[in-house]
Design a protein around this ligand. Structure first.
Ligand SMILES: [Fe+2]
Length: 395
């Protein structure tokens, strides 16, 4: 019997190569005729582009008056609060974020905090003690990378790096973007290291949501479609960034990864990522990519030992079938094949180990202490988490 479930997705999704050109005309339609956007951009690459100049020309023609702010790096409480409290940021009636996951998360947080008008840490999960009201300015998300899926999630990840650092979410169902405008052409200029990291992030998110103990038949279906798209194009997009068909697959997979993670939750790889990201400045996608194979190997072994979830084992076999042209193999062969394929990809894409970012044996205990299993289909014990981490510290 199909169990009961709910699904939160962006109010509107527009997807396809070339659709960025529609943004100017869409702004008043999506936002209830708001015309004073806070335009949240990343570093200089998009802001300097002809595409950005064309958008600003469209805005001028349509009497839309943007005010530009930049989010460089993962958004911190200091950055968000500083923009909200900046006296020159006045009268903004919507937020448009154009950039990678950090820019979209920054824009999402700003859309909320420009209404809440309070320090963002007060509302962060596991940090603050207040639930956000859910009130926000209209928010349009335009990704320029295919990775976090933030264009289709209801949370913004806010980071504070250091000994007492954290990487926590500002979350409310109403924080889902009012419009996700996804144009794969925007991702073509994404450099290879970022493409690799983003691709492994969205691949991890799709797999973890599919295997999640909190999923539904609908999130399973969406995750599988995303996994097929990402698996067939992941290596192609890392080899040739100008391959638009592969870029389109990855943009589609990333969008689906956001939709499914927002509804099914994630697993132990993201449990690690949350802990490591608080202590060290490691790109999120690199943490996912470097740990994905080891976490899945350990999870599969735990499932086999305990026999607790035949559904999760069936899902591992399905993942192996997606990654293999072979027919008529046993379920355990397909399960093992999936893990072997993850290990092959980790090597093929030259994903760095964690020591490259200054993480050593002395850091393992504190990371494990802060790592949650989230909705991993088999909860991993501290000893298993330790073993996984040590295996990715390099030699
Ligand atoms: Fe992620």
């Amino acid at each position: 019997m199909i169990p009961s479930f709910g699904l939160h997705v962006p109010a509107r999704i527009l997807f396809g190569p070339g659709r960025f050109g529609e943004l100017g005309e869409l702004v008043p339609r999506v936002s209830g005729f708001c015309r004073k956007p806070l335009l949240v951009l990343g570093g200089s690459s998009f802001a300097d582009s002809d595409r950005c100049q064309a958008l600003l020309a469209d805005f001028k023609r349509l009497s839309i008056s943007p005010q530009i702010v930049h989010v460089t790096g993962e958004p911190s409480p200091t950055l968000i609060d500083g923009i909200v409290e900046n006296p020159s940021i006045t009268g903004r009636d919507l937020v448009i974020a154009i950039g990678g996951g950090s820019v979209l998360d920054g824009g999402k947080a700003l859309a909320a905090m420009l209404v809440e008008r309070a320090p963002v840490t007060r509302f962060l999960e596991g940090v603050g003690n207040q639930r956000p009201s859910g009130r926000k300015l209209p928010f349009i998300a335009v990704p320029t990378t295919a990775g976090t899926g933030s264009e289709a999630t209801s949370n913004a990840v806010i980071s504070s790096v250091g000994e007492k650092g954290f990487k926590r979410s500002l979350r409310h169902d109403r924080y889902m973007p009012d419009l996700a405008l996804i144009d794969p052409v925007l991702t073509v200029s994404c450099p290879r290291p970022l493409t690799v990291a983003c691709s492994m992030d969205c691949f991890t998110q799709l797999v973890e949501s599919y295997l999640s103990s909190h999923g539904s038949p609908l999130t399973d279906a969406l995750a599988l479609d995303g996994i097929r798209a990402v698996y067939r194009s992941l290596e192609a997009v890392c080899r040739d960034g100008e391959n638009l068909a592969a870029r389109t697959d990855m943009a589609y997979g990333a969008m689906l990864s956001g939709m499914v993670l927002a509804n099914a939750g994630l697993g132990a790889v993201h449990g690690f990522a949350s802990a490591i990201g608080g202590f060290f400045a490691v790109p999120h996608g690199v943490v996912c990519g470097t740990l994905m194979a080891a976490v899945n190997r350990s999870t599969l072994a735990s499932l086999r030992r305990s026999g607790a979830s035949t559904e999760a084992l069936d899902k591992y076999a399905m993942l192996g079938k997606i990654c293999s042209p072979a027919a008529d193999k046993s379920a355990s062969w397909y399960q093992d094949h999936f893990i072997a394929e993850l290990e092959r990809l980790t090597g093929e894409l030259a994903i760095p180990t964690l020591d490259a970012f200054g993480i050593g044996v002395a850091d393992v205990a504190k990371i494990v202490d802060q790592t949650g299993n989230k909705y991993n289909p088999a909860p991993l014990a501290p000893e298993e988490l330790t073993e996984i981490l040590v295996s990715r510290l390099g030699h």
